[in-house]
Design a protein around this ligand. Structure first.
Ligand code: ATR
Length: 278
């Protein structure tokens, strides 16, 4: 009987995780099955789905929206990234314990540094948005050696509060939280990451063109949507553009390696999933 893994979310029908993990398993010769489980909209749905999967012999799960906070709460032990993010996207069941990780930020860093060839050491990083996606990215960005990190949000107070909360964890990397409207005249950034949910509604956060340094990378965490309004705006400002397909594949590879002890080659999977950016 092959080892069982799953992704739990709601909705879950369009998750790419089963395909990604099947491709990783084939390429590395690992005997496993990976399924998608809908945790449903009802209260307690995630906890029930998790307990049922464990009882059936499951070895670990990925967790996606809207259950990443509950996933951390369900864990007995958690990595620094998961604790600082306040959320987990991967769980492993080990001798009666639930271990939690959050690989979203590491996946983002690996995509930027390895796949896109831009070392983050010494770079000025701007994160747009002050929700869970930004929260998960800050510590891994600091660990990669960013010179400074700014969080800019439509609602300025949320950015300020998040920066104050996260700053003590960053070992001295400067972190500021401001309103989007404070970006005009605030200097230029080498990497500008859209971690808002604006692309999902066909909108773009209002970033001034001057926020993009010459040769800057503009990265939209959403994937499969082609050239989003944010990426269009960034391209018009002269930036190089990327979407979040690589982040998705890299976080999956981190989880796969954590569960199986084997690191899959992400390149063929990334090539298969990538959607042209126009
Ligand atoms: P997640 O956990 O996925 O990051 P979230 O916590 O709902 O989602 O946060 C969504 C983020 O996208 C917020 O920072 C939100 O800004 P506000 O705090 O001002 O609401 C941001 N966002 C959503 N739509 C936006 C838009 N059209 N322009 C700018 N920011 C937007």
């Amino acid at each position: 009987m092959p080892d069982r893994y799953a992704v739990i979310g709601h909705p879950i029908a369009h998750s790419q995780s089963p395909l990604i993990h099947r491709l990783f398993a084939e390429a590395t010769g690992q005997a496993l099955v990976y399924e998608a489980i809908d945790g449903g909209a009802q209260e307690g749905g995630f906890a029930q789905a998790l307990a049922a999967f464990r009882a059936a012999g499951g070895r670990g799960v990925n967790v996606t929206l809207p259950f990443k906070l509950e996933a951390l709460a369900a864990a007995d032990v958690a990595s620094d990234d998961a604790r600082v993010a306040g959320a987990a996207n991967a769980l492993r069941f080990d001798r009666g314990r639930v271990e939690a990780q959050n690989f979203d930020g590491t996946g983002l860093v690996r995509d930027i540094e390895v796949n896109l060839g831009l070392p983050l050491k010494g770079r000025r990083v701007l994160l747009l948005g002050a929700g869970g996606a930004t929260r998960g990215a800050v510590l891994p960005m600091a660990r990669a050696g960013a010179a400074c990190i700014a969080i800019a949000n439509r609602t300025a107070d949320k950015a300020g509060a998040l920066a104050r909360e996260l700053a003590p964890h960053l070992a001295g990397v400067p972190l500021a939280g401001v309103g989007l409207d404070a970006l005009a005249g605030a200097g230029a950034f080498d990497v500008v990451i859209n971690a808002t949910s604006a692309s999902l509604t066909g909108a773009a956060p209002a970033v001034p063109p001057g926020a993009f340094a010459p040769g800057a990378l503009a990265y939209d965490m959403v994937y499969g949507k082609g050239l989003t309004p944010f990426l269009k705006l960034a391209q018009a400002a002269g930036a190089r553009v990327a979407d979040g397909t690589g982040m998705l594949v890299e976080q999956a590879a981190e989880a796969f390696a954590w569960w199986r002890g084997v690191r899959p080659d992400t390149r063929p999977v990334l090539a298969r999933l990538a959607v042209p950016l126009g």
